[in-house]
Design a protein. Structure first.
Length: 115
């Protein structure tokens, strides 16, 4: 299983970024996919999830209405569109999948929101 995140960077408050996670090594269409984040000095926290079919999504309260998770079953990719970014969104963002064997994580992509 391999999860490779991309799309992070530096942005001013109010800006947008689109994160991507390229997945391989497992049956992508069979599993829910998740995004987590970890801010400096804090524990890793759940951000958003999407079901295997893409029919249902779930968001952490602080990002609801600003972030959108989606998936592309052709490209085996999951995206996180982040709008109206705030300084408190600064973190390393991780892609995650939980299979029957274990949880897998990507290496993370850094997002910095600063003026």
């Amino acid at each position: 299983v391999q999860l490779v995140e991309s799309g992070g960077g530096s942005v001013q408050p109010g800006g947008s970024l689109r994160l991507s996670c390229a997945a391989s090594g497992f049956s992508f269409s069979n599993y829910n996919m998740n995004w987590y984040r970890q801010a400096p000095g804090k524990e890793r926290e759940f951000v958003a999830s999407i079901t295997s079919t893409g029919a249902h999504t779930n968001y952490e309260v602080a990002v609801k209405g600003r972030f959108i998770i989606s998936r592309d079953k052709v490209k085996n990719t999951v995206h996180l569109q982040m709008n109206s970014l705030k300084t408190e969104d600064t973190a390393v963002y991780f892609c995650n999948v939980v299979t029957v064997l274990r949880a897998y994580w990507g290496q993370g992509t850094q997002v910095i929101v600063s003026s």
